[in-house]
Design a protein around this ligand. Structure first.
Ligand code: HEC
Length: 116
């Protein structure tokens, strides 16, 4: 069952290409821009500056050596969970108001965050 994932990737790549043309290349190649956008991740996060939430680069550095981090983070992105950074928990996908986050999308997003 790799077809839906491939289609997904192509879709995300298409958006990246469009954004690079239009937005002056603020986002690097290979980012799941469509997903970040759809799920409003950048409402609270940035790649490199702590904002309402830890930056994706801090998160990547923090989990660099944690073996099962991605499974934990995917679950947390979809369903929420206890805080690891401060007092403010990240709301679950439903609470963030962007609809449920599928397992596949959570996987793509977490893999990308951990590469930052
Ligand atoms: C409403 C604000 C908000 C939105 C929207 C949001 N986050 Fe977060 N995120 C947070 C906060 C606050 C934390 C820190 C929570 C903690 O202390 O564990 C966090 C933590 C995280 C972590 C680290 C979790 C941990 O347990 O260490 C990851 C990964 C993450 N966010 C990814 C994302 C992604 C991907 C999206 C889009 C699907 C997203 N976030 C959308 C506020 C947000």
């Amino acid at each position: 069952m790799s077809w839906p994932n491939k289609r997904h990737l192509l879709c995300a790549l298409g958006t990246v290409t469009t954004m690079l043309g239009g937005a002056g290349g603020a986002l690097a190649d290979g980012e799941p821009t469509a997903l970040l956008d759809r799920y409003r991740c950048m409402f609270c996060h940035t790649v490199d500056t702590p904002f309402r939430a830890p930056s994706f680069r801090e998160i990547a550095a923090h989990y660099h050596r944690v073996p099962d981090a991605s499974a934990m983070l995917e679950g947390k992105l979809r369903l929420g969970g206890r805080t690891h950074w401060g007092d403010m928990p990240m709301p679950s996908a439903a609470e963030r108001g962007a609809g449920a986050l599928s397992r596949e999308d959570a996987h793509v997003l977490v893999q990308w965050v951990l590469r930052q």
